[in-house]
Design a protein around this ligand. Structure first.
Ligand code: ATP
Ligand code: MG
Length: 280
């Protein structure tokens, strides 16, 4: 079981949870109080040309915490994740990684990014795709192969190590991409709709696997989803975004112990309450 800690720093968000919100009751987050957040975004704005995409976005992700970005299509979730990963720059506002301004943060190898599209290289086998991040870290070949195989086993694709990406189904491709992001054992994992192409049963398995790995490494996870139930099952806190321009509407804690199953009554109830908010 995960430790249950009430994080005193948790109020350091621009948009505090709405008082009386069913999701913000006294809850646990696994972030460790007293240490800098793994990710902190303050008053961030972003335009693409004339299009205002993100307005005054502020939130933090504590170390070892799992935070979901939940919002409608086009509200700027991928853009926000690209900014946190350093691939895209904001117009203004602050981004800190492990307590340092992102511009001074050097250890980007510790940050894994699972993109919305799988980005598998068609000329590499599945195993070679998974091993890609390790090449950049100059990990010796034999170790690369061993770790890539272990990651493929974790996502149930060991039998497809030598296959080419075009020989995989959509769900298998996204599991291969998940293996590629896990193989580097990131301290911070950014994931953009990682499970959206999976059938419900595989998705549940992947949720359990992800939580197991996260607890083992105490990794920090910031992930994007459209799926309210997925956010409730996985996240310690949920950043609810509203569209045009993308803004933080609310940051809600998920007041449920783990493990959480989609079939649990409490999970179903929290999902229902959050769906009501999303549709408001
Ligand atoms: N490189 C770009 N140049 C111009 N406009 C862009 C660019 N990237 C995204 N946009 C626009 O920014 C807005 C937000 O896009 P983004 O991909 O961040 O949304 P999203 O919330 O991830 O959507 P979805 O849930 O459909 O993936 C959209 O209107 C999109 O058209
Ligand atoms: Mg997106």
């Amino acid at each position: 079981m995960n430790a249950v800690l009430l994080n005193a720093n948790d109020t350091a968000t621009a948009s505090a949870p709405t008082a009386g919100s069913p999701l913000d009751a006294s809850v646990s987050t696994r972030a460790e109080a007293g240490r800098a957040d793994a990710v902190r975004v303050r008053h961030l704005n972003k335009h693409f040309g004339d299009l205002e995409v993100l307005r005054d976005i502020s939130f933090g992700v504590g170390r070892g915490e799992i935070v979901a970005l939940l919002g409608a299509s086009g509200c700027g979730k991928s853009t926000l994740l690209n900014i946190v990963s350093g691939l895209e720059s904001a117009d203004n506002g602050d981004l800190e990684i492990n307590g340092q301004p992102a511009a001074r943060f050097r250890d980007w190898r510790k940050l894994g990014y699972l993109f919305q599209e799988d980005r598998l290289l068609p000329w590499r086998t599945v195993r070679e795709n998974v091993a890609l991040g390790l090449e950049a870290q100059n990990v010796p070949r034999a170790e690369r192969q061993r770790r890539a195989m272990a990651a493929l086993e974790m996502v149930g694709l060991a039998g497809f190590a030598q296959a080419w990406p075009h020989q995989l189904s959509g769900g298998m491709r996204s599991r291969a991409a998940l293996a590629r992001s896990l193989v580097i054992e990131p301290d911070i994992l950014l994931m953009d709709e990682p499970f959206s192409k999976l059938d419900p049963q595989t998705r549940t398995q992947m949720h359990e696997e992800l939580l197991r790995i996260q607890a083992m490494k105490n990794a920090t996870i910031l992930f994007v989803t459209h799926d309210v139930e997925e956010a409730v099952v996985l996240a310690d806190r949920i950043v609810l975004l509203e569209p045009r321009p993308g803004r933080v509407r609310e940051i809600a804690k998920v007041p449920l112990a783990r493990p959480r199953l989609a079939t649990d009554r409490d999970v179903a109830e929290q999902t229902r309450l959050l769906r009501l908010k999303v549709s408001q």
